[in-house]
Design a protein around this ligand. Sequence first.
Ligand code: WAQ
Ligand code: MG
Length: 275
Amino acid sequence: MLISWTMETSLYSVRMRASSHGRHLAGAERLVTEVDVCAVTAALMQRAMRCPHGPADEIYCSVERIDSQMVLYAALPNLTTYEVQDWQEGRRAAHCLLVRAGVSSDVAARAVSLLANGAGPEGTVMRGAALLVAATGERLETDLGRGVRVSRMDLAPEFRPILEHNLAAAGLDHHRVQEALILAGKVLRAPGIVAELCWSDATDYTTGYVAAPQFGYQRISALKPAGDRRGGRVFFVNQPDISLAALVDYLERQAILFNASGTISPPEKWMAHNE
Ligand code: WAQ
Ligand code: MG
């Protein structure tokens, strides 16, 4: 069967989240064509069943059809990598990059501690991202355990092999890099976004990033010590430029497919004099 990709092709949002005793273990979101729905659903279920901190006792996987007329197409942000000596230097670098992006120094410091201590209730890991006003640090998300979950974003099917090739050529062929780059790509196009700060909740993945519309996706080689289960995301917004409802609607519901790369730069040493 020949399947051609046209504007009429249906797209499906496939989302997975897994938890154990109410604690978030893993989540993933894809936006795929009809032919890929079953394979992608199976792959996400497999990921949920093999969670390093599992076993999961609850797994939700949902499939929802999206009107392909409503899909935005965009290019991914530029990618840079800063090598730091240790996670302490990494956190200082993150603070500096956040301030450069327009986050107030106090708020940047507070956001780093928020992720370091667990941004959810009682120091737990949130399922989604915290939303902070860049100038005041006011937290805007209504559910402090869930936060805002970005979804309905992916690579356009014809672009996937190209990006995978480019990332592999740069030594970045880890699924986390690709997924985080796509997520940040969507976040950076949100109305009123100033920056994003992220590091994983996986104990064995210590690289994180600061993303900002004018600087792109800036990886930082270490933002936490190995073995630490805490991690998360903070989205910094300008207020009162934005309507919170419009922002959350864009992040959670607007479908977006990336069909072009930004530049991918070789790693460079973070220079302390940048700080
Ligand atoms: N929307 C909002 N927040 C999310 C989402 C989402 N779709 N998915 C995850 N989060 C939040 C949630 O609090 C997680 O605990 C946290 O982010 C971390 O998620 O270039 O792997 O999937 O080398 O563990 C970044 C660096 C890796 C990649 C990030 O995040 C690179 C990562 P994880
Ligand atoms: Mg994840």
